[in-house]
Design a binder for this molecule. Structure first.
Ligand code: ZN
Length: 254
């Protein structure tokens, strides 16, 4: 990418960026091998995604839904954060404010060391009780053919947002706040077509943030982004981080 570091507006934007918000989507997880999260084999193959990831589907076939989630947790237990996850976690430790807003449910940002993470669609490694609403972190366990139960006796469900369900209100509020108050917003590996995530880059732009898109493909957000990197996240994000580090150090020395 020739001319990258000679781009004056970009360098100026990086030099003053100390509140950064990042939105990540499926493209980031794909580089950790989680692109076909639906998986191969298993009785769940006969069901549509809406029949597995919905309350109606769960109530109709709880064992099959759980078998599917157990399979996904097993796949996930072998997945590792990639260079994009690692760069974002390191970046956070060097930056005044740094929020990762993610549409992914795999928990890989936290696994990489990110602390300020907003999980818009929940987290697949967390269980929630249908009766008392208590949440608990569940490690993938050997599937024993029946729905796990809470200590209160209620049935447990995965802590993800299912089809037809509202996104957690506190997560939306935190995401909007981060978009409104950041001075740089970086959208990574997300198609920016699903709301409310799709509105976040626009909110950031309206509030004066410098906006960056990292995505091999064009998205609805592309025409508004100040900088576009048509590359995999694992390559682009570490380079963005390095540039920010260089420019922010130069700023501190001035
Ligand atoms: Zn309970």
């Amino acid at each position: 990418m020739s001319g990258f570091t000679n781009d004056a507006p970009l360098v100026a934007a990086f030099a003053k960026a100390h509140r950064i918000a990042v939105l990540t989507g499926a493209g980031v997880s794909a580089e950790s091998g989680l692109s076909t999260f639906r998986g191969q084999g298993g009785i769940w193959q006969k069901f549509r995604a809406e029949e597995l990831a919905s309350m109606d589907g769960f109530l109709a076939n709880p064992d099959i839904v759980w078998e599917w989630y157990n399979y996904r947790r097993e796949v996930l237990s072998k997945a590792k954060p990639n260079p994009a996850h690692a760069a974002l976690a390191e970046w956070e430790s060097e930056c005044e404010e740094f929020t990762v807003i993610t549409q992914n449910v795999d928990g890989l940002h936290r696994a990489a060391g990110s602390m300020d993470v907003v999980e818009l669609h929940g987290n697949i490694t967390i269980n929630r009780c249908l009766s008392c609403d208590q949440e608990m972190r569940e490690q993938p366990t050997r599937w024993e053919g029946k729905v796990p139960l809470c200590s209160c006796g209620g049935r447990l469900r995965p802590g993800v947002v299912w089809f037809g369900e509202m996104l957690p209100e506190d997560a939306i509020m935190r995401a909007i706040h981060a978009a409104e108050t950041c001075d740089m917003f970086i959208s990574i590996g997300t198609s920016t077509v699903v709301y409310p995530a799709a509105s976040l880059p626009m909110i950031a732009a309206e509030h004066g943030a410098y906006t960056v898109e990292v995505n091999p493909d064009e998205t609805p957000f592309s025409r508004y982004a100040n900088l576009i990197m048509r590359e995999p996240a694992g390559e682009a994000v570490p380079r963005l981080h390095e540039l920010w580090r260089k420019e922010s150090m130069a700023r501190n020395e001035r």
